[in-house]
Design a binder for this molecule. Sequence first.
Ligand code: SF4
Length: 414
Amino acid sequence: MPDQMTALAFLAPEAPAATAAPSSRPSLVGRTRAGLSAAMAEAGVPERELRMRTSQIWNWVYHHGVRDFSEMRNVGKDLKSALEARFTLRRPEVTASQVSRDGTRKWLLKMQPTGPHDRGAEIECVYIPETDRGTLCVSSQVGCTLTCTFCHTGTQRLVRNLTSAEIVAQLMVARDMIGDFPGRTAPTDGLLPGEGSRFVSNIVFMGMGEPLYNADAVTDAIDTIADGDGLSVGRRRITVSTSGVVPEIGPLGARSNAMLAISLHAVRDELRDELVPLNRKYPIRDLLDACRAYPGLSNARRITFEYVMLKGVNDSDADARELVRLLKGIPAKINLIPFNPWPGTRYECSDWDRIERFSDIVFRAGYASPVRTPRGRDILAACGQLKSETEKLSARARMMLDEAGASPSTSPLA
Ligand code: SF4
């Protein structure tokens, strides 16, 4: 299928702030409006000006993406100095950057240490460009507590939740790296959306972690990302994907108005208990009840059900028919995902004609059932492959990637 890629390359981080020496001053980047307002107050802005100054700085930080207070042209010298003395506009450090042959970009980001014993957690963030749009896949946790057996990230233990600022900062870094702020230059290698299309038009919480185990930070981050005076990604273009944390599904919809995706992957509890162990706590029936009650659900706002195609495991005609039966009455799209193998996995991807047959059954029942084109396979950026340790790949992994026609090395850049 998809791999019409050019050569794998490593990009030197372009953003100066991304490689700046660590500073003990906290960064304003990623803050909510309330957080930014508190920073203004700390910098001595009087109460009566707080709202106006917060909006002004918000626009510089999120609309213009400035990396230095001196670039804030309509802000007085005194306020700029006061901000500079207390804060930075630092982003997470980009420690590795790869571009796939199909234009998918993956960045390894090192977060600011949270204490003396923290060397800085690392997470991955993946950008998937198409000719008319670009999707950024963000992480919500460092590692994951869940152990979905088909998922590479699930083999990495949870280190911690990301803060809302760290989630938003992934978008800021992505836009830095693809030159997507006013006055910046786009890189010349790899695919970017064409003229008139937004470089980052969609956000999906499908990176590392279970977003609904970090729901407060995720909803705060969505508020910041969707704010029309800044990053301005519409809520209907933000999708939160959960493996099924049932009690958090309704509140997510009510608080964020984001689109919902469910990592379903199996239609019988027995199998789903194995593929998505969280199913033992929240079985399929409870999960689908929560979906039916999702706020704002309609034919125009359908839930996406993700279904990874595993050879001989969940890909039979009977599975497809049961899927259709289960989803009856739920405005839904079904995304069939060819399994992306990763080193050490026990699963194989279903054969192509099996995927087509499965898709056909679902389609005939009236559901859109696009087969998701695997992207970034050569840089292990595809769905379910994220794992942030910059580890030496095993000989087997090298062989596997060599067969796919890519260089597997991930060379740290900083
Ligand atoms: S699929 Fe999602 S929830 Fe499951 S282990 Fe992977 S990152 Fe965690």
